[in-house]
Design a binder for this molecule. Structure first.
Ligand code: AMP
Ligand code: MG
Length: 422
């Protein structure tokens, strides 16, 4: 097939909303599969099995304090003087039973001896040789952590699709797990396309620009738990692009930036049409920034042609690529939290496109304010750098005066939700 600029890079462009494109892309992707990893490597990974406790935590009743294990009944009538018959440090259980009138010196985490039903803190005990004087009565259960008081044997503790936080790892270890099944991390190829691009260390004053997208996207991939494989800069040359994309198909997903507009040098839609056959989609998404997006799937491998403008590529990654990769990792919650905030400045827009406004959020007197973080042009990264959220101005909105409420999507939070929230 000849590569001619007129050969329909723009053909088949479909107008679509953010929600429609998000759903169409997600409909095609599925979890990649799972692998078993050691606990020390499992932080941040996505759980691929249900975790049931095989044993209770704690395994035995143990002391929550340093002090004396007693029979509470012995302490009920005024100061009690008990015989100290044992010394129980934390460690394996030893056979021992307290008789009436006896106490055992005990330390935090040590097993409660048979017969004892309370621990008296050492602050309320006076040791006198082999005896101990207890000033206050103890109640049954005082300062005892019962077996199973954290987790009971058989209890369902975690479900597949949860992201493993430090607390998850502590719990897995406490349950006696040294390995865990997690979703495979998507290996993602990143291609920058454009004759004007150079690597940052080759930047000269010749009009070319550094491929910032290469680095922002690799970082965004890592933050999504994916494994970036940067394949470099490809010129706006159809055979070179074709070869680069074919090579990239050995990965689990492919992301390119640039070349999806309708200029004479915008080849990506055509290349994706060749790779993906009839499954290629080219959208003009009703959003700002980042309107054009090309997408196809070759077998199970999603291929995303993101726009070249630095802000557009990051925002389209965030809205469309990230949820897809999280689903491929097996994660259940795919979306950053959305909250309502008060717009701190007037915002005007024409109806017809949803705007993602880069904002900085501040809480003042209990209310969350969204303050635009700078120039909203899709080429200006500085406003993204200074933003912690994207305010979402709806497609049909036009006048948003200061003081009006607007949903904001947090950019860096990892407490994800199962619903997109807008
Ligand atoms: P394009 O979609 O190829 O027309 O690119 C749109 C704008 O994004 C142009 O100003 C490009 O120079 C710029 N651009 C494209 N790719 C990159 C990149 N990898 N890093 C930074 N800017 C880029
Ligand atoms: Mg270009």
């Amino acid at each position: 097939m000849p590569h001619s600029p007129a050969a329909a890079p723009a053909a088949g462009r479909t107008d679509a909303s953010v929600a429609e494109v998000r759903e169409l892309i997600l409909a095609g992707v599925a979890p990649l599969g799972s692998e078993t990893v050691g606990l020390a490597q499992a932080g941040g990974r996505v759980l691929a099995e249900a975790i049931r406790a095989e044993r209770p935590i704690p395994p035995l009743a143990n002391s929550a304090m340093d002090g004396y294990a007693v029979r509470a009944a012995d302490t009920q009538h005024g100061p009690a003087e008990l015989a100290v018959v044992a010394h129980i440090p934390a460690g394996p259980r030893r056979p021992l039973a307290l008789l009436p009138g006896q106490a055992a010196r005990i330390f935090t985490g040590a097993p409660i001896p048979e017969g004892a039903d309370a621990v008296v803190m050492q602050e309320y005990a006076q040791r006198r040789g082999e005896q101990v004087l207890l000033e206050r009565p103890a109640k049954p259960g005082d300062h005892i952590r019962l077996a199973g008081s954290d987790v009971q044997a058989g209890q369902l503790v975690m479900e597949p699709g949860e992201r493993l936080t430090p607390a998850h790892l502590g719990m897995l270890a406490a349950l006696g797990r040294s390995q865990v099944s997690v979703g495979a991390r998507p290996r993602v190829a990143v291609l920058a396309t454009g004759d004007e691009l150079v690597e940052p260390d080759r930047l000269r004053d010749d009009g070319r620009i550094a491929s910032s997208n290469s680095y922002s996207l690799c970082a965004a991939l890592r933050a999504a738990g994916a494994e970036p494989h940067y394949l470099g800069i490809v010129p706006d040359d159809p055979p070179a692009l074709q070869a680069a994309f074919e090579g990239a198909l050995r990965f689990d997903a492919v992301i390119s930036t640039g070349g999806v507009s309708v200029g004479d040098h915008d080849w990506i839609a055509e290349i994706l049409a060749r790779l993906g056959g009839g499954r290629r989609q080219l959208w003009r998404i009703r959003m700002k920034p980042g309107a054009p997006l090309a997408f196809t799937q070759v077998g199970r491998t999603p291929v995303f042609g993101l726009p070249g403008n630095p802000v557009s590529s990051l925002v389209t990654f965030e809205q469309f690529v990230r949820p897809a990769l999280l689903r491929m990792s097996g994660q259940r919650a795919l979306y950053r939290p959305v909250e309502r905030a008060v717009l701190a400045e007037d915002y005007h827009k024409p109806a017809g496109r949803l705007h993602f406004v880069r904002v900085r959020c501040e809480r003042r007197a209990g209310r969350l304010y969204a303050i635009p973080s700078g120039d909203q042009s899709s080429a200006v990264l500085l406003a993204v750098l200074r933003a912690d959220a994207l305010a979402i101005a709806a497609e049909d909105a036009t006048e948003l005066p200061a003081g009006s409420e607007i949903p904001i999507q947090w950019l860096h939070r990892d407490d994800l939700r199962e619903e997109p929230g807008f």
